[in-house]
Ligand binder design. Structure first.
Ligand code: ZN
Length: 424
């Protein structure tokens, strides 16, 4: 299901009750007008419990619902802003009925082994798609319902780029051809960044074609397609077809192997601007990983124009943000002057007591300069690329994150959590 082009403010209380879902009338009947907590009332049916859980998850801005059978009963958690939070679970007697209900809704058969399903609903006027994955675990089945309405189309200057990183990114996407990779682990905001870039490029003068898995957001003036391996529409096949569509700009959902990565570099050498994603720790490692994957070093050296590595950090809740005196360790890590303070959230009703609300990107934007191109041909170690990036003045993910700590956007703990980097 495609997402509606609607701007929403994260966390804003929903005024409208849920409307009729696309394939289940009961959500409408069960939908409460207010975001009441899910409570295991004795009279609540499994259907109603599941419906209310989905509505609450959507309103709490959760990206995933985790439901696990444990020795004590069901454990239910929401992932909000990248972190899991427990929510009130139903009574044990409802356990198997709830699991069956979710399977039936997402059209998963009783005999499927580790199945996947989908379920669409309209909640507060928004189309919300749930991708349901079920996994056999020790005490029964573990269910993860991913909520696919989280992509919001933001302009590039609202993603969290620092002014120099934004300028570098704008320069990269203004190049006539080459491959630009946006890298980070799942859930690090790479899709939002790619959509923002394509949207910035979409005009009458350019033919933009995508091959995605899945299409997460509909863009105007962009021809979007979705891989379908069962029908033979894989990334290599798709790229072959797309190249016959006379594209100026191509977006590929991911460079998973040397074949696709090599084909992307080849497309760049024939005059196309190609965007894609990859998994790598940081921008310099992305460069060396392409070569390690088996792409010819000369193709990487010629085709790659830049790498944008990113993570998402939680932002300090504006409602309970306050200054505090940093401790010695924080002063050393941040290089603070005497008297300089930092900020954090106290925890309030606006942020469910977490002190954080919403997320923003931290970035490392590495344009491939001539020095790096020459180095790539020698199959370098990531450290050698990192040294050249530092010489070119590129801020690392950690440095960009700590800058956002100084300006009171996020905290040291949060930067530490998402970068996984040891600090001094
Ligand atoms: Zn707060």
């Amino acid at each position: 299901m495609k997402q509606k082009r609607q701007s929403r403010r994260a966390g804003k209380p929903a005024a409208k009750p849920a409307e009729a879902p696309s394939n289940d009338q009961e959500v409408k009947q069960a939908a409460p007008a207010t975001a009441e907590p899910v409570v295991a009332e004795p009279k609540k049916s499994p259907e109603r419990w599941v419906n209310e859980l989905m509505i609450r998850a959507a309103r709490d801005r959760a990206s995933d619902i985790h439901i696990e059978q444990t020795r004590e009963g069901l454990s239910v958690r929401f992932r909000i802003d990248g972190v899991l939070h427990a929510v009130v679970a139903p009574q044990k007697a409802l356990e198997s009925a709830i699991v069956s209900r979710i399977k039936a809704m997402s059209r998963i058969g009783a005999d499927d082994v580790a199945p996947d399903g989908r379920y669409g609903a309209i909640i507060d006027g928004r189309e919300v798609d749930f991708r349901v994955s079920i996994f056999p675990a020790t005490y029964g089945e573990a269910i993860v319902m991913r909520i696919l309405d989280r992509i919001r189309l933001l302009p590039m200057d609202q993603l969290g780029f620092s002014p120099p990183a934004l300028k570098r990114t704008r320069d990269l996407i203004a190049r006539p051809h080459g491959v630009v990779l946006v890298t980070g682990p799942g859930g690090s905001g790479t899709s939002s960044t790619l959509y923002a870039i394509l949207n910035a490029l979409a005009d009458e003068k350019r033919n933009i074609v995508t091959i995605e898995n899945p299409v997460e957001f509909d863009l105007d003036r962009v021809r979007q397609t979705q891989v379908n391996p069962r029908a033979g529409y894989t990334y290599p096949v798709g790229l072959g077809k797309v190249l016959r569509q006379d594209p100026d700009v191509i977006m590929l959902g991911g460079l998973r192997d040397a074949e696709v990565a090599g084909a992307a570099m080849g497309a760049a050498l024939t005059g196309r601007l190609v965007f894609s994603t990859m998994h790598a720790d940081d921008a310099p490692e992305t460069v060396t990983r392409l070569v390690d994957m088996g792409v010819e070093p000369f193709l990487v050296a010629k085709g790659l124009e830049g790498v944008i590595a990113q993570r998402l950090v939680r932002m300090i809740c504006p409602a309970c943000k306050h200054s505090y005196e940093p401790d010695t360790w924080e002063r050393v890590v941040m290089g603070l002057k005497p008297g300089q303070k930092l900020q954090k959230g106290r925890g309030c009703t606006e942020c469910n007591g977490t002190g954080y609300k919403g997320r923003i990107g931290i970035f490392e934007v590495l344009p491939i300069n001539d020095e790096i191109r020459d180095l790539v041909a020698t199959r370098p170690h990531a450290k050698a690329v990192r040294d050249l990036a530092g010489k070119a003045g590129v801020a690392t993910l950690l440095e960009d994150g700590l800058e956002k700590v100084k300006t009171g956007i996020t905290t040291i703990d949060e930067v530490k959590r998402v970068t996984g980097k040891p600090m001094k």
